[in-house]
Write a protein that binds this ligand. Structure first.
Ligand SMILES: [Zn+2]
Length: 337
């Protein structure tokens, strides 16, 4: 892929292209940011541009032998290291160091890409550091990390750090329609679910699964209004155990209840994500007041946070389900009927 084709992080691509044009590329880069925002793709695009035999405006040509080899993962001068198990091990760093001072096989230089650089323990990191103190001329190191706080400051200070931002929902939507060929309403739905991650978008784009799960979740959420509190707590207890499935379930519920709130406040169809469920959205909105919808959205956010940080998930799920069990307007309907 060319640098110019990076989605959502145009500024980074432009900075790298300018550095390549002026021959001012740093010896080591750190690409950091959330999962799935294009760090790895960016690293490969930079490797391709760096090794390209006929670069155009600091970017790769995409046609030459070198470009084709990088694109197909077969360039002998591009070395990619991934955590072996939970972390990048010292043995891997030593292996990297063995070839570091060799001449490139065929390219203009060598590129080392280290995924999960934030998983390096002190021993591996210190060993890595030694190589960074006297980097060979024709070598480019690209570290990839989700977090920077787990990286040794001494390594950080020798890298040029670039923060890959989440891709905007609109850009993901456009990409899904243009590159993946998704229909407008599905593209919007998948883009909302992807939360700024192209990898996530790609994962959801291939099937109708997300919509099916959403339908089941919405049914379940609606049915909670007819359950006793003890049954509601039972569901909460079951959900707490299904941590894996919960991640996307909470996302799906969040975009659903956000839609209810949006419809209640604006009645603008274009702002909805679950556009294929317009009739049900109109129906559901009658049951809710905006304050309770806000409580639900807040509880969903809290649940996501608890899930990420091993917080008290059960407590938040209980709060969420109690609100789903008895939204206030429904309570009022009951009392007056
Ligand atoms: Zn090329």
């Amino acid at each position: 892929m060319k640098l110019a084709q990076l989605i959502g992080n145009r500024q980074i691509a432009q900075t790298l292209q300018n550095a390549l044009i002026r021959g001012m590329l740093a010896h080591a880069y750190l690409f950091h940011g959330a999962q799935g925002v294009g760090k790895r793709t960016g690293a490969l695009a930079l490797a391709q541009a760096y090794l390209c035999l006929e670069p155009v405006e600091g970017d790769s040509c995409g046609q030459c032998l070198s470009c084709r080899k990088v694109a197909s993962g077969n360039h002998p001068d591009v070395h990619i290291y991934r955590p072996s198990g939970a972390s990048i091990k010292i043995e891997q760093v030593r292996e990297l160091q063995k070839t570091l001072y060799f001449k490139p096989y065929e390219g203009k230089g060598k590129v080392y890409i280290l995924e999960g650089a934030d998983t390096m323990k002190a021993e591996a990191a210190n060993s890595m550091l030694k190589s960074m103190e006297e980097p060979p001329e024709d070598t480019l190191l690209i570290f990839i990390a989700t977090n920077t706080y787990a990286i040794l400051p001494t390594i950080l200070s020798r890298c040029q750090a670039m923060h890959f931002k989440k891709v905007s929902q609109g850009a993901v939507e456009e990409w899904l329609m243009g590159e993946i060929g998704l229909q407008g309403d599905k593209a919007r739905f998948v883009a909302a679910l992807a939360d700024g991650s192209l990898a996530k978008a790609l994962e959801w784009s291939g099937s109708e699964e997300a919509r099916l799960i959403r339908d089941q979740l919405v049914q379940l959420a609606r049915s909670m209004r007819n359950l006793s509190l003890s049954d509601v707590f039972k569901i909460s207890e079951e959900w707490e155990k299904k941590k894996e499935e919960l991640v996307s379930a909470l996302d799906l519920l969040e975009i659903w209840y956000r839609d209810l709130l949006i419809w209640q406040e604006t009645e603008v169809q274009d702002l909805l994500v679950n556009i294929d469920c317009l009739e049900m959205i109109k129906e559901e909105v009658g049951v809710w007041n905006s304050r309770d919808l806000m409580v639900v959205l807040d509880a969903l956010e809290e649940a996501k946070k608890a899930l990420r940080s091993n917080g008290n998930l059960r407590l938040v799920l209980d709060r969420l389900f109690i609100t789903l069990n008895e939204p206030q307007d429904k309570g009022e309907l009951r009392r007056t009927s």
